[in-house]
Structures are given as structure tokens and as C-alpha cells.
Design a binder for this molecule. Sequence first.
Ligand code: DON
Length: 305
Amino acid sequence: MNYQTVLEEIKEEIRPYLNKGTVANYIPALANVAEDDFAMSIIEIDGSEHHIGSYKKPFSIQSISKVFTFTLALDIYGKDLYKRVGHEPSGNPFNSLIQLEYEKGIPRNPFINAGAIVTTDSLVSKYKENTFSTLLEFIKKVSNDENIAFNKEIFKSELESGYRNFALINMMKSFNNIENHTQEVIETYFKQCSIMMNTKQLTKSMLYLANHGVIPNTNSEIITQAQAKRINAVMLTCGHYDASGDFAFHVGLPGKSGVGGGIVAVVPQKMAICVYSPRLNKHGNSLVGTKALELFTTKTRLSIF
Ligand code: DON
């Protein structure tokens, strides 16, 4: 299969959708992007790379960072992590408060905002003031790229406008499910969301999940095979919030989206993929990104189903 040709076909076929959907603006600094931008990368386990569009241009990874924090926390705490955050789909929007109160401050999964905040809190308990630098080093390692940083303007913008996330963390603190100072945890969470990466870097960073927890062509085991299986399962069932079923239905791969417009996806034992297009559908997932991945699995028959 010539994946470069597949990418070129996808770029043509998504063209009519490029002006559909809306860029996230509830974090004001996220709206400062080229709205009709598009990039897509594929990296195979053997190292072959295929890219199209603005694949060298970094964007805010937002909730894709939750895959990295989940990985680190699972590595430290193993199954004990699930005492504080579950692994079931929520069926609710990513920033919903409703379920959290009647489920006594235990978020459904590590990919909704509440679950990611608990996961980050668990990292702060371990790494203290070095939590963000540890996370960034981890991302550089799995991406094999030193040139990754967070965007201060997006970080500040979210700190100034993240009222719902403050509500979530305070509610969880009231249920004793936040161990550290809320301000320290929420700042670390906002920083991780404002990390900037391009589709090439993000694709590379997901390869350990396509390769049983090991960075391909190295002996570097990031997590165990069993944990890699679990992370992929949670990506499949929870990676797109209340549109996770829809993503599985149309695309059929473990995936994780971010409101910055990125989506990563994993083809087990074969490759990782990342697509970027900042206009979102009503669930907060990249509209063209979802479409592009659907075209990809249709053309290549690489859905897991
Ligand atoms: O906390 C937030 O609302 C954002 N920093 C991240 C949300 C997000 O990316 C949801 N993804 N689709």
C-alpha cells in the first residue's frame, strides 16, 4: 500500500469540509490559528514516514497530553490508579460536572478533564515541583525530539478562563480525591494542555502504543504490554468523550483528540497516525480530522474491526 498516495487522496477529499466546524474559543488564545489548516502524518513501526500538509507546524496538543499523563501514572501506580479514576466511558462532554458529583468525585476515565486532573494530581504527589519537567522529558523521549515546549500565552489564557476546570478540581478536592494544592495541580494540567507539537512529533510519540509498550527499533519499554493494551482500550472507548462510539463506528481505531484540533490514532502492530485541522465538531473533536481518519481506514482497511 502506498500511504503517500492515500494521504494525497485524503487531502483532496477533505477539501469540501475544511471550512466546516468552529475553532475552540472558550480558551481565547486557542482561536489564534489558521482556521482551514490541515496536516496528516503516518509513521510505521519500521520507521517509514509519510506526511502531508503543514506537518511541521506545532499546535496546542490539549487533551492529547492526557495519553502521556495516563501512561506515566499507570506506570507508577498500576491498578491502584483505578481507585481514583475509572476506565469506563462517561457518555458526557469532556468538561461535564454532573456525573462527578453523584459518583462522589471519582471521574469515569483519565481522558475527560476531571479524570486527567486526578491523573496529574497523582503525578504531582510523586514528582512534586518537577512534575511538568518530568512530563516534558517523557514526551521528548517518546517523540525522539528535544524541540518541544509549552506555549505561555495559551497557558495563561486557560488559567484566566478555565472556570469549569476550577469547578471540577474543587469538587474533587471536596471528595478528598485531590491530594495536592489545587492551584499547583491545575497549573500543571494547563501547562500540559498548552504543549506545542506538530503531527510528525505526535505520530512518533504514539508508536510505543502501536508496539506493545516499546519504542520501535529500541529496547526502550515505556510501559508493559498489558498496560499498552489497556491504554489503547481506553483510547478506543473514551478518547473522544461522548463521541467515542461515533469515532469507533466511523474510524475504528484507538484515538485521542484535543480541542487544539489534533487527533492521534493507533493501528496496533502497524503504525501511528496524527491529523490536524483546528475546526471542531459539536463534541469538541476535529471535524476534518475525524473525516480524514474515516477515509484512511476505509481506503486501507486498517480499522481494528
Ligand atoms: O481543559 C480543557 O478544557 C482543555 N485544556 C482541554 C480539553 C480538550 O482538549 C478536550 N478535547 N477534545
